[in-house]
Design a protein around this ligand. Structure first.
Ligand SMILES: Nc1nc2c(ncn2[C@@H]2O[C@H](COP(=O)(O)OP(=O)(O)O)[C@@H](O)[C@H]2O)c(=O)[nH]1
Ligand SMILES: [Mg+2]
Length: 282
């Protein structure tokens, strides 16, 4: 995987993960079900050693269900790896996480003397706090716009034989790979100011045109779709009456489209699917 991390941040995050790893038994990585590849941290695989790995596909209510199934199957083929799709619309699956992890770690979690310590990781806004609250059974972590303050490592009691380890400093700023950054921006993982809305809007429309054209025509009641993403965005701007100096305001239109896309108003969609070739890669 050729992702160019910003070297300073990357080294810091790697150091932190290495530091924490000896004191945990399993890694839970929360991924955005719409972009499990782009929202993943490629450092974990090499740093986890022999620890099992649970990939949690979060916000699965927003993702294409058939593609989420493919991702689960793909991840489950990997070494000591399990995968699970969760959503706040039905929290029962998320609640099975401790039991699933127990199956992967038969020698721990039988008594409070050797509890299971599960490191929880994931990019900002992917749903970590939401999952923590679901597992604890009450709201202990704040959800949504959290200030980026450094908090101390937390050991969260789920049961006497199962703890979550939530550690700061392991999140990574994203990649310099443009495709990954656009997917992260469209999903809401990258802050609003990082990329221009008209650019992210164009990226999103271009992808929708290729993969889910019917989602645009349906949502915006279009009879026909222009060929280029730029023309589609102009058409949407005109339809919404977002005009500036006689031209459609593409920033405003892009912002509207991204807001709707992030909220799932266009329907369920995934930004990436597992490549068949991954299966044959070691
Ligand atoms: N649609 C949808 N939104 C979710 C789901 N889980 C979390 N969210 C939303 O995603 C945003 C970020 O969640 P949060 O738990 O704070 O993410 P964190 O930054 O990883 O801790 C919040 O607005 C949540 O309400 C889900 O299953 N479905
Ligand atoms: Mg959080």
């Amino acid at each position: 995987m050729l992702i160019n991390w910003y070297p300073g941040h990357m080294n810091k995050a790697r150091k932190k993960i290495k530091e924490v790893m000896p004191a945990v038994d399993v890694v839970i990585e929360v991924l955005d079900a719409r972009l499990p590849y782009s929202s993943s941290n490629p450092m974990i695989e090499s740093l986890r050693g022999s620890k099992p790995y649970l990939k949690v596909l979060s916000k699965s209510d927003l993702a294409d269900p058939a593609i989420t199934k493919q991702w689960q199957a793909y991840f489950r083929e990997q070494r000591d790896t399990d995968a699970l799709a969760i959503t706040t619309e039905n929290r029962s699956t998320a609640k099975t996480i401790p039991a699933r992890i127990q199956k992967m770690l038969p020698n721990r979690g039988q008594s409070f003397i050797k509890p299971i310590r599960a490191l929880i990781m994931g990019i900002p806004n992917v749903g970590k706090s939401t999952l923590i609250n679901t597992l604890v059974g009450k709201k202990i972590a704040s959800v949504g716009n959290e200030p980026a303050v450094t908090k101390a490592q937390q050991k969260i009691h789920i049961s006497d034989t199962f703890y979550l380890i939530d550690s700061p400093g392991m999140t990574w700023p994203g990649a310099t790979n443009h495709m990954i950054n656009y997917r992260l921006a469209a999903s809401g993982a990258i802050r609003d100011t990082a990329l221009e809305y008209d650019d992210v809007g164009l990226f999103a429309v271009d992808y929708l045109l290729q993969r889910y054209p019917e989602l645009i025509t349906k949502r915006y009641q279009l009879k026909a779709l222009p060929q280029s993403a730029h023309e589609v965005l102009e058409l949407l701007g005109k339809k919404q009456g977002y005009m500036q100096n006689g031209r459609p305001d593409l920033k405003r239109t892009g912002e509207m489209l991204i807001r709707e896309l992030r909220a799932g108003k266009l329907g369920r969609l995934s930004f990436e699917e597992p490549l068949l070739s991954y299966r044959f890669r070691d």
